[in-house]
Design a binder for this molecule. Structure first.
Ligand SMILES: [Zn+2]
Length: 322
C-alpha cells in the first residue's frame, strides 16, 4: 500500500475533528453559580400552653413494659395520640406513698417527709407543698380520688377541694371520678387505680392474674376518658397517665430497674402525637408539667422540670428575646 492510498481516510478524520470542535465552540459555557442562599437557622423555643384542666391518672404498680406490650385499648389510643416514654423512672424508694408524694409535689422523700408506706394518721401530713395546694392557692378547683387510704397523707385538710376514696378497686374510683368531672369540671384532678399492684403482690408481676388486673385498669382509664368527653373537657385538658412503681416476682423494692421503670403518657390538644420522649423522665416531672400546663409558676425549690418538649407549638427564640 502506498501512502496516497491513505489520503481519503486522513481527510475524513480532519473533517470530523473540525465538526466536533465547531460544535464544542457553539455550546454555551457552563454556568458558574453561587451556592443557594439558605435563610439562617431559626432557633425555636416552646410556646407555653395553657390548659383549663389537668388530669393525672396513676396506675399503682403498672410496669412500663406492660403498657408497651399488652395491647391495651385505651392506653394505646392515648399513647398514639400523645407523647410517651416507657422508660420513665420513679424515685429510688419505689413504694406507693413516697413515690406518689414525689409525683404530686415534685420533690424527693427527704423533703416531703413521707418515708413510710401505710396509713398512719398519727404521723401527720406531707411536709412539702403539693400541686393541689399550689393550684388551690391560685384559685383553681382540685379533686383527689384514691383507691388506697394511705394516699390521704399527701393531701392535708384544706389543701384540696375534694378528697374521696370511693373503693379499693379502680371501677368505683373511675366511675366516681368521671361523675365528678362531669358535674364539677375541676382544674386539677388526680385519680388512683389499685388493681395492677394488688394482683402483682397476690400472684406476681406479669402473671396471668396481673395481666387481667391491668386489663381492668385499662377499662377504668376508658371510664375516666369518656367522663372527660361527656364533661366537654377533652379540648381543654392535658391527661397524664403514669404509675408509682413497677415490680417483679411479688415485690417492688426499688433495687431493680424493673421496680422503678414506669410508663408516662401525656395526651391532649397541643401535645405531639405518637412522640417518643427521648430523654429520661422522672416521676417528679409530673408535678412540674402539671403546674406548667395550668399556667402556674414553677417553684425553684422543686426538682421536677416541666416537659416542654411534649408540646407542639414553638416560636422563634429571637421573638421571645425582644
Ligand atoms: Zn404502689
Amino acid at each position: 500500500m502506498r501512502w496516497w492510498h491513505l489520503l481519503p481516510l486522513v481527510l475524513l478524520a480532519a473533517i470530523a475533528a473540525d465538526r466536533f470542535h465547531s460544535r464544542a465552540r457553539a455550546m454555551p459555557p457552563p454556568l458558574v453559580t453561587d451556592p443557594p442562599r439558605l435563610p439562617p437557622p431559626v432557633e425555636t423555643v416552646p410556646v407555653r400552653p395553657h390548659y383549663g384542666h389537668v388530669v393525672i391518672i396513676s396506675e399503682d404498680g403498672m410496669r412500663a413494659d406492660a403498657v408497651q406490650h399488652l395491647h391495651l385499648h385505651w392506653h394505646e389510643l392515648l399513647r398514639s395520640h400523645g407523647a410517651f416514654s416507657f422508660h420513665a423512672m420513679t424515685i429510688r424508694d419505689a413504694s406507693t406513698l413516697p413515690a406518689h408524694a414525689s409525683m404530686l409535689s415534685g420533690v424527693l422523700p427527704k423533703v416531703h417527709g413521707l418515708t413510710w408506706n401505710s396509713w398512719q394518721p398519727k404521723k401527720g401530713w406531707i411536709h412539702a407543698i403539693t400541686i393541689f395546694e399550689r393550684a388551690k392557692e391560685a384559685g383553681l378547683s382540685t379533686a383527689f380520688f384514691s383507691g388506697k387510704p394511705k394516699l390521704h397523707h399527701i393531701v392535708p385538710p384544706g389543701t384540696v377541694g375534694i378528697y374521696e376514696r370511693p373503693g379499693y378497686f379502680c371501677k368505683k374510683v373511675a366511675e366516681e371520678a368521671a361523675r365528678y368531672l362531669i358535674a364539677e369540671k375541676p382544674a386539677l384532678t388526680f385519680v388512683h387505680f389499685s388493681d395492677p399492684d394488688d394482683a402483682g403482690h397476690a400472684k406476681g408481676w406479669m402473671s396471668p392474674a396481673q395481666v387481667k388486673a391491668i386489663d381492668h385498669s385499662d377499662k377504668c382509664l376508658g371510664i375516666v376518658y369518656e367522663g372527660l368527653e361527656a364533661a366537654g373537657m377533652i379540648d381543654d385538658t392535658l391527661i397524664i397517665i403514669t404509675a408509682d412503681h413497677g415490680g417483679h416476682n411479688r415485690v417492688h423494692s426499688g433495687a431493680k430497674k424493673i421496680d422503678r421503670e414506669i410508663p408516662w403518657i401525656a395526651c391532649g390538644p397541643g401535645v405531639r402525637e405518637d412522640y417518643r420522649i427521648p430523654e429520661t423522665i422522672s416521676t417528679v416531672d409530673t408535678a412540674a408539667t402539671a403546674l406548667y400546663a395550668l399556667g402556674l409558676p414553677i417553684p425553684s425549690d422543686i426538682v421536677g422540670v416541666p416537659r416542654t418538649d411534649i408540646f407542639t407549638a414553638t416560636i422563634a427564640a429571637s421573638v421571645t428575646a425582644n
